[in-house]
Structures are given as structure tokens and as C-alpha cells.
Design a protein around this ligand. Structure first.
Ligand SMILES: [Zn+2]
Ligand SMILES: [Zn+2]
Length: 204
């Protein structure tokens, strides 16, 4: 979901008595999120994750345990798995555009939802603590062990022609999305689609 849509949606569905304060908070939080930059020095992934969990316990003790490490799984997805043309376009640019897009398309909308949930459950929220959480999440997005091609221009899978962040390399030196390659093996046969080497995934 686009971040602007997420803000609009989470303003529209709030119906508590303190709507005015909530709107002010959301507008301020939105300004914060739009200006936020990754820290110059990003802490180790485990520290980032602990920070996020501690802050979540403070802000929203009732959160679902998927609510935070939720961001983690995206670092293992191929752009095509996210089912979004925008994410694939961004992935093709390299230079970290994919990570930035994860932040705007997934992390910001998720934070909006969590703020909404916290206001409904616990009332007025503290912008400073939410800003710290957002910073930890943003740093977490950038602090993952991304493959080099997320930062450089990624390779394209010769089967699906979409950008490839986690290529599966064959014995013959070609690489494909693992999923595309397995589908090829299943449907076409056990040869490399580019050079026809037999059983290309087996060690020679
Ligand atoms: Zn592919
Ligand atoms: Zn080959």
C-alpha cells in the first residue's frame, strides 16, 4: 500500500472522541516519517531488532508478534514475489531503491496501522517514542544483510526477465530465480535453459 493511501485510510477509519488530537498526531507523525533518513551508523541487525521489540512493548504491549519482525521477511523475497509493479521497477534501479521502496510501501503503512491500533487501545500517544520506533524500523530495513545486487543494478532472471536479488547459480555458471528454475526443471526437463547442461544443480 502506498504511504499516502495508508495515512488517508487510517485517518478515515478512526472514530474515537479524541479525533482532533489523533488527526494532529497523525499529521505530525507523517511529517516525521517523510523526513526520516537512515542513521549514518546503523547498529547491528540484532541490536536493531531488540530496539524495535523493546519500543513495541512500550508502545503497544498487545501487539501481534508478527507486527515487528514482519519487516524482516521482505529482505528474503525476490521483487517479483511482492506482486507489485512498482517494487519491481524500483528493484531494477539498484542503488538501494528497493529498500527505500520497502520503507514507503510496507513499513510506513504498517507504522500507520500500529499507531491507529495504539490510539484505539491506549489513547493519546507520544510522538517521540513513535519516532524512535520508526527510526529503528528504517535502520532495520537498511541494516539487513542484503545481497550486493540490491545496492548495485541487479541481474535479470533469463526465465522470468524480472530483477533477481537471490540468484541460484548452476554448475554451468548461469543463474536464475530458484523458483523459476525449479519450475523449468519440472516442466521442461533437467537441463540448463541457457546452455542445456544436464542436471545443472548437482555438484559436478
Ligand atoms: Zn525468474
Ligand atoms: Zn547453463
Amino acid at each position: 500500500m502506498d504511504k499516502e493511501l495508508a495515512f488517508t485510510l487510517h485517518l478515515a477509519i478512526y472514530q474515537e472522541e479524541d479525533l482532533g488530537d489523533y488527526i494532529t498526531f497523525m499529521m505530525n507523525f507523517r511529517n516525521v516519517l517523510n523526513r526520516l533518513k537512515p542513521s549514518e551508523v546503523i547498529e547491528l541487525e540484532t541490536i536493531c531488532c531488540t530496539n524495535i521489540i523493546d519500543l513495541m512493548m512500550e508502545l503497544l504491549p498487545c501487539h501481534d508478534h508478527h507486527d515487528v519482525p514482519w519487516f524482516e521477511c521482505f529482505s528474503f523475497f525476490e521483487p517479483a514475489d511482492l506482486d507489485s509493479e512498482f517494487m519491481e521497477q524500483e528493484a531494477a534501479k539498484g542503488k538501494g531503491a528497493f529498500i527505500q521502496a520497502l520503507w514507503t510501501q510496507f513499513a510506513i503503512p504498517k507504522l500507520c496501522f500500529l499507531v491507529y491500533k495504539a490510539w484505539r487501545r491506549y489513547g493519546a500517544q507520544n510522538l517521540t517514542t513513535w519516532t524512535r520506533l520508526a527510526q529503528a524500523v528504517l535502520d532495520g530495513c537498511f541494516g539487513k544483510k542484503w545481497s550486493d545486487c540490491v545496492i548495485q543494478v541487479p541481474d535479470t532472471c533469463s526465465i522470468s526477465l524480472s530483477p533477481m536479488h537471490w540468484p541460484e547459480k548452476t554448475q554451468c555458471g548461469h543463474s536464475f530465480h530458484l523458483r523459476c528454475f525449479l519450475r523449468h526443471l519440472d516442466m521442461i526437463g533437467h537441463t540448463c535453459p541457457l546452455c542445456r547442461t544436464p542436471n545443472p544443480l548437482l555438484p559436478s
